[in-house]
Design a protein around this ligand. Structure first.
Ligand code: FES
Length: 119
């Protein structure tokens, strides 16, 4: 129908071992989708070079948003991905033991700021 835009393609994502679940659009990185949903995955450069975000893809398929992500073919074949430059192409299950709730980190930062103000 003219004037109507298509709804975005969205896939369910699960982060193990915590069991957290959220949706990711096909046009955003898994890292960004996780953050928007309140979950922080380890990251640093966010451009696919530092490998801080390297994690295991337990199931599903991703595509990379850059031409040369910093991951070898052997690593990819073994199920490793870089979620900062990976977008979902299906439902995903990721193994990210160091994932954290954004609210938990925000609380820790606020407590650290309060302690710093005392000195
Ligand atoms: S955060 Fe650096 S490669 Fe993903």
């Amino acid at each position: 129908m003219p004037g109507m835009s298509k709804p975005p393609v969205v896939f369910p994502i699960r982060i193990e071992p915590a069991g957290w679940a959220f949706d990711a659009r096909a046009d955003e990185t898994v890292l960004d989708a996780a953050r928007a949903a309140g979950y922080l995955l380890p990251s640093s450069c966010r451009n696919g070079t530092c490998r801080t975000c390297l994690c295991k893809l337990a199931s599903g398929a991703v595509r990379y948003t850059i031409e040369w992500p910093g991951i070898t073919t052997d690593e990819s074949d073994d199920g490793w991905i870089l979620p900062c430059v990976a977008a979902a192409e299906s439902a995903l299950v990721l193994d990210v033991p160091y994932a954290r709730l954004k609210s938990e980190i925000d609380l820790l930062l606020e407590q650290a700021k309060k302690r710093a103000r005392r000195f």
